[in-house]
Design a protein around this ligand. Structure first.
Ligand SMILES: Cc1ncc(COP(=O)(O)O)c(C=O)c1O
Length: 389
């Protein structure tokens, strides 16, 4: 009999939440139930045509079909430097301050292996993208969650982090606009993070997955625009959400050159880089027009208003988020995150993500993703009104 038990490292991991959710949806569908999933944040709209066309041309070229370099194509690094300058007013040296990542998920996970030794502390937003805690666990490090406080605009109380944890920290994971809360970084927050990182000498990793997906005139900044940020931090920029490219696995890490070089050193040992045709398509996305992004954000804003309105009708009051593709809402009194999600699934055949999936501070909340086509979202909202109204 082959040995099939997981390693102790893997056994210590909770099951990956969306894998479990996918299994539940498949079970329901197999029994003939019309399930509408508002769970995963995977854009329903297509990758912009100019990006697809760039890919079509790039994929046919023999040069692009070979092993990519982990350092990245010059066109890709330059497109990021130009985009960061134009969009965020941040100067990026294309030679030393940016390299491709095979999606933000890969990057976040590998940063843990590049920087953490067993027992090191990693400070992780809670609720947060699960890899902020899963990556450290797999790397043998010790994730310490930083509860996002609703009264502090869903930022962590930096004063409440113990000195022992700050001194032992190697990395801090932050993310604004924030998944799952939809919060944006309040004025002065990034400055305080930079100051703390300087004092305790940990590396800040800002996960910038949603900067292009914002509403009501709000324009999200880059963490790297904060004075001193490049001395203490890196930013992971994913094209998945803002450019409808989740399947393409296209992202980059930017900022502190020494940190990027360390991450690159790890990557040369474990992967063979990002497909160069994808890099060229990514460059076309970054260099391309803003109009498709703006048109998409109008669609999301409309869906957001539909969901926020329906929640108000059933007695759940939430502020409309200014960014991300999520509405984060409290569960009705007397229910837990999972009992509420379970009830919605059983009674209304609608899937939402229980807040507890994103960490202990997500308990008491649920998340609705706006990435469902309009007609299906309208149907889901009707079901919510009918079953919970
Ligand atoms: C905050 C955050 N970071 C990273 C990711 C993953 O990005 P990618 O598709 O580039 O791996 C997601 C996806 O939902 C996310 O919400």
């Amino acid at each position: 009999m082959a040995r099939t038990d997981p390693s102790n490292r893997l056994a210590a991991m909770p099951p990956y939440m969306f894998a479990e959710l996918e299994r539940r949806i498949a079970d329901k569908k197999a029994s003939g139930i019309d399930v509408i999933s508002l769970g995963i944040g995977d854009p329903d709209l297509s990758t912009y045509p100019h990006v697809v066309e760039a890919m079509q041309a790039a994929v046919a070229a023999n040069d692009n079909q070979k092993y990519p370099s982990n350092r990245g194509r010059a066109e890709f690094r330059q497109a990021f430097a130009d985009f960061y300058d134009r969009r965020f007013g941040v100067a990026i040296d294309p030679e030393t301050e940016v390299i491709p990542a095979i999606g933000a998920k890969e990057c976040i996970y590998h940063l843990c292996f590049a920087f953490c030794d067993p027992g090191d502390v990693v400070l992780a937003s809670d609720p947060g993208y699960p890899v902020y805690t899963g990556g450290p666990i797999l790397a043998g490090a010790n994730p310490i969650v930083l509860p996002l406080v609703p009264e502090l605009d869903f930022t962590p109380d930096l004063e409440a982090i113990s000195t022992a944890h700050l001194e032992a920290a190697t990395l801090m994971f932050l993310n604004y606009p924030n998944n799952p809360t939809g919060a944006i970084a309040p004025a002065g927050f990034f400055e305080r993070v930079v100051e703390l990182a300087h004092r305790y000498q940990f590396l800040v990793v800002h996960d910038n997955a949603y900067s292009e997906t914002t509403y009501d005139g709000y324009v999200a900044p880059s963490f790297l625009a904060t004075p001193g940020a490049k001395d203490v931090g890196v930013e992971v920029f994913s094209l998945s959400k803002g450019f409808n490219m989740t399947g393409w696995r296209c992202a980059a890490i930017l900022g502190n050159a020494a940190a990027i070089s360390t991450y690159w050193r790890l990557k040369t040992n474990v992967d063979s880089g990002l497909f160069e045709a994808v890099q060229l398509a990514g460059a076309a996305a970054l260099n391309g027009p803003r109009a498709p992004i703006e048109a998409m954000n109008e669609i999301y804003a409309r869906r957001r208003d539909l969901v926020v309105g329906a929640l108000a009708d059933i007695g759940v009051t939430v502020a409309a988020p200014k960014g991300t593709i999520y509405v984060w809402a409290p569960v009705p009194v007397g229910q837990t995150s999972s009992s509420f999600a379970e009830r919605l699934l059983e009674q209304a055949a609608v899937i939402v993500s229980p807040g507890s999936m994103y960490g202990p501070s997500g308990e008491g909340f649920f998340r609705i993703s706006l990435t469902t086509p309009d007609d299906r979202l309208a149907e889901a909202v009707e079901r919510l009104r009918e079953h919970l109204g």
